[in-house]
Design a protein around this ligand. Structure first.
Ligand SMILES: NC(=O)c1ccc[n+]([C@@H]2O[C@H](COP(=O)([O-])OP(=O)(O)OC[C@H]3O[C@@H](n4cnc5c(N)ncnc54)[C@H](OP(=O)(O)O)[C@@H]3O)[C@@H](O)[C@H]2O)c1
Length: 346
């Protein structure tokens, strides 16, 4: 049997803010049968992840492209790989059989052909919706967990600031930090998001950074005793303002710099005098380097989800054709929580 796979590609490299016109919906036939020795697996995609880092892969040049196997440049016209969950529809790999629910590196499309050695694991949903296994129980969750506990090395009672706090990673950092016993303030780009952080997610405080005239004095108001930990999702002037307000021995986990992804001119230039005299540690990290923490993260987070101590926050669009707008929404601050696209019913 043969199916027509519909998938999303970029038409050319994308070097600024992404627009719908940068993308195209393409089709190609896939035969749903594989030779037993091929070691390939064909997956019908169910949910695919939509992540900001893909913009750096779409550029004609980004230093990120040469420093991580997951960040290699995307070739215009070709399928775009991403994390996702799906169902095996044909297998030439003895480890998988038709009907298996799997998680792995699939593509922004309806079907994915996983080559030998490609990232693919059988998934036990653990009684949770499959979408959780793309967000809170997958890389967003691991990023928040490893970034907060391994990079920030929190102590109870410390003051934590999180940017893009209503986003996929940010909301979880705030939730883990609150459960751990920290004082947590988040920033986000609308009043609704700010209210949500305080009223639904239990942040101690939150503010709309788009309404702040001066970020340094705004942070001073929210942290009169200084910031101990800054979990940076945005870079730029927010990072500079946070460093200005850090306490001695403060830690900055640089998770992402989304404000710089679509603006080549923008660079955070935190005061190095502050970094030295306040002995601030600024550390970048990649979630993929913390797979050894996955089991710990997964068990802990499943427990918190069952008790209701962690609230999953998802923002799901439907259908392969909605992938470009879902992706663009990240850069316009239109998502709340983990952005993903549901491609098909289980
Ligand atoms: N290091 C790693 O391994 C790793 C893994 C996953 C993600 N990340 C990074 O973590 C960050 C968050 O990723 P995510 O997947 O959780 O995305 P997300 O926060 O769910 O979505 C992006 C959010 O960023 C905010 N934003 C967009 N443009 C902005 C700008 N110019 N200035 C300030 N804020 C802006 C928007 O919220 P508001 O403007 O409303 O606040 C938007 O909702 C990104 O920088 C991403 O690259 C890193």
């Amino acid at each position: 049997m043969e199916v027509i796979n519909r998938y999303i590609a970029i038409k050319t490299h994308v070097d600024g803010a992404p627009e719908e016109s940068d993308f195209e919906l393409k089709t190609s036939p896939i035969a749903l049968s594989l030779a037993p020795a091929s070691n390939e697996v064909i997956v019908k995609n169910l949910y695919v992840s939509i992540d900001p880092y893909q913009i750096n892969r779409m550029k004609s040049y980004s230093s990120s492209q040469k420093n991580s196997e997951f960040a290699v440049g995307i070739v215009p016209g070709e399928a775009i790989d991403t994390y996702g969950v799906g169902k095996v529809v044909a297998s030439g790999n003895p480890e998988f059989e038709k009907g298996d629910i799997v998680g792995g590196l699939v593509s922004w499309g309806e079907y994915s052909v996983i080559k030998p050695g490609g990232m693919l694991n059988k998934l036990n949903p653990m009684g949770f919706p499959l979408s959780y296994h793309v967000g809170v129980l997958a890389f967003s969750g691991l990023t928040a967990y490893a970034g907060f506990f391994e990079i920030c090395k929190p102590k109870k009672g410390e003051k934590v600031f999180v940017s893009a706090a209503s986003g996929s990673v940010g909301n979880l950092v705030g939730q883990y930090a609150k459960l751990f016993g920290c004082y947590v303030v988040g920033c986000a780009g609308s009043q609704d998001k700010v209210a949500f952080l305080k009223e639904k997610l239990g942040f101690d405080d939150a503010f709309n950074y788009k309404e702040a005239k001066d970020l340094k004095s705004t942070l001073k108001r929210y942290f009169p005793d200084g910031i101990d930990i800054y979990f940076d999702n945005v870079g730029g002037e927010m990072q500079e303002a946070a460093v200005d307000n850090m306490n001695i021995n403060g830690r900055v986990a640089v998770c992402g710099v989304i404000s710089e992804y679509t603006d080549d001119e923008k660079r955070a230039a935190p005061s190095m005098m502050d970094v030295i005299y306040k002995r601030i540690k600024i550390q970048g990290f990649l979630a993929g380097d913390y797979l050894n923490k996955f089991a710990d993260f997964f068990t802990t987070t499943c427990d918190h989800l069952r008790t209701g101590d962690i609230k999953p926050l998802e923002d799901i669009s439907e259908g392969v054709e909605s992938i470009p707008s879902a992706f663009i929404s990240l850069f316009r601050g239109q998502n709340v929580g983990k952005k993903m696209v549901k491609i098909a019913e289980e």
